[in-house]
Design a binder for this molecule. Sequence first.
Ligand SMILES: *[C@@H]1O[C@H](CO)[C@@H](O)[C@H](O)[C@H]1NC(C)=O
Ligand SMILES: *[C@@H]1O[C@H](CO)[C@@H](O)[C@H](O)[C@H]1NC(C)=O
Ligand SMILES: *[C@@H]1O[C@H](CO)[C@@H](O)[C@H](O)[C@H]1NC(C)=O
Ligand SMILES: *[C@@H]1O[C@H](CO)[C@@H](O)[C@H](O)[C@H]1NC(C)=O
Length: 482
Amino acid sequence: MKNPLAILFLIATVVAVVSGIRDDFLRLPSQASKFFQADDNVEGTRWAVLVAGSKGYVNYRHQADVCHAYQILKKGGLKDENIIVFMYDDIAYNESNPHPGVIINHPYGSDVYKGVPKDYVGEDINPPNFYAVLLANKSALTGTGSGKVLDSGPNDHVFIYYTDHGGAGVLGMPSKPYIAASDLNDVLKKKHASGTYKSIVFYVESCESGSMFDGLLPEDHNIYVMGASDTGESSWVTYCPLQHPSPPPEYDVCVGDLFSVAWLEDCDVHNLQTETFQQQYEVVKNKTIVALIEDGTHVVQYGDVGLSKQTLFVYMGTDPANDNNTFTDKNSLGTPRKAVSQRDADLIHYWEKYRRAPEGSSRKAEAKKQLREVMAHRMHIDNSVKHIGKLLFGIEKGHKMLNNVRPAGLPVVDDWDCFKTLIRTFETHCGSLSEYGMKHMRSFANLCNAGIRKEQMAEASAQACVSIPDNPWSSLHAGFSV
Ligand SMILES: *[C@@H]1O[C@H](CO)[C@@H](O)[C@H](O)[C@H]1NC(C)=O
Ligand SMILES: *[C@@H]1O[C@H](CO)[C@@H](O)[C@H](O)[C@H]1NC(C)=O
Ligand SMILES: *[C@@H]1O[C@H](CO)[C@@H](O)[C@H](O)[C@H]1NC(C)=O
Ligand SMILES: *[C@@H]1O[C@H](CO)[C@@H](O)[C@H](O)[C@H]1NC(C)=O
C-alpha cells in the first residue's frame, strides 16, 4: 500500500467498525486547505539552540531531526559549548525502539544520536527554560539541565531550530503550557534590545509556523525566519511505514519531517560556503510542495529576509568532507515526497502497532484501545469546537467564523490574554486540547477577534461539553495548553 491516505482511510474504517461509529469523523488530510555574494566574514562565534518540542515514541521524528541538526553543526565546526540542545530523550532507549541507543532520520541513515549533548531533557523542556536560555538568564533556569545558555556577544551569529507540532499562534512543548507566539516574540525583542547578537536565523517546523511570526516579528531586528508552513497550513511528516521510501520494517513510526529533512539533507552534502539561505529556501520549497496534496505547503520567510543572502556557512560552518560539493541548482532536484500531515502521523503509529500485534494477544487489545482513545479524543474536540461555534454565531455562520484566516501581515489574534483565557475556559469544561487539538487554536483566536468574552465562552463550553471524557488525551492533569 503506497498511498498514506489509503492507510488512514483504512484506520478510519477499522475504528468505525470496532467502535460502531460512522466513519465520517475523520477528515483527511486534516489541514489540506489551502544570487548573491555573501558577506562571509564571520568574526564572532557561531551559536545554536536546537529544540525538539515533543515527547513519546510516536513523535520519534522530532528528536531525530534535532539530533541530525546537531551532527551537521558539529561537523561544521561548532563547539559543544555553543550548541544548546533541548530533547526529551525518551526515544533512543525507548522499549519500542528496535535498535536501542540508535536514532535514525532517514530510511537508510546512520545513527544521529551519538554524541548529542543532553542540555535540557524531560520536563526541563518548557517555555520558561527556553526563554531563559535565549536570554542567557541563568538565574531564571529551573530543573537539572546543564545550565548552558545563549551567552552570545554582539558579533555572534545564532542559529535556532525548533521542530514539533504547532497550531495558530502556538508551538508545542513536551508538557503544558505550550509556547505562545506573543511570548516568543517578546523574548526575541528583548534579546535584540540586549545587543547580544549580530544576527539570528530561526528555522521552525510545525503546523502553521507562519502564524508564530506574521504581524509579530519586526523586520529590523536582524532575525530571519524560515518556517515549514504558512498560517492555516499543516506541516508534513515523511519516511513513514508503508511509504516509499519507508524506514526498515522493524520501525513502526515515521522517522523524519518533510521540511526538516529537506534542509538537513541539503546541508549533509554541500559545501555550505557556497550556498545561501535563499538558495536553501528554494530547495526546501521544491521539496515540500507535496504532490499528493493539491495546495501543498508553502515554506515561509519572515523578519529580516535580507539576511537570506548570507551563506549557511556563517551560522553552521561547513563539513570539510564536502569541500568539493559546491551548491548548484542542478544537484538539488526537487523530487516531492508523498507525505502525511503532522497531525495524522500518530494514527499511522497506532495503526501499525495494532496491525503488527499477534491476533488475540493482550498487545492487540491494548493497541486497539489506544486507537479508539485517539479517535474518540479527536471526535470529541472537533465536535465540541464546532458546537461552540454554532452556539455563539448560529448554525449558518459558525463554521466560517471559526475557520477564517486573517490577511497576511495581521497577527492571528489581537488580544493574547483573551486567546489564553478562552482556551483555558474551553479546556476547563471540555478537557485538554492535546497535540491534535492544536488545530483549533485559530478558532479561539477568531472568537477573541469577534469580541467573545470569557463568560460567553464558559456558557457555550458548558453547554457543548457535559463532562470531560475519561481518556489520557483529555485529562487536564498536566495543566492548560497555554
Ligand atoms: C517510551 O515512550 C513512551 C511513550 O510513547 C513513554 O511512555 C515511555 O516512558 C518511553 N520510555 C522510555 C524508556 O523513555
Ligand atoms: C532573569 O530572571 C530573573 C528570574 O526570573 C528575573 O528576576 C530577572 O529580571 C531576569 N534578568 C534579566 C536580565 O532579564
Ligand atoms: C525548483 O523547481 C522549479 C520548477 O520545477 C525549478 O525551475 C527550479 O530549478 C527548482 N529549484 C531548485 C533549487 O531545486
Ligand atoms: C577536493 O578536490 C581536490 C582537488 O581535486 C582534492 O585534492 C581534495 O582532496 C578534494 N577534497 C575532498 C574533501 O574531497
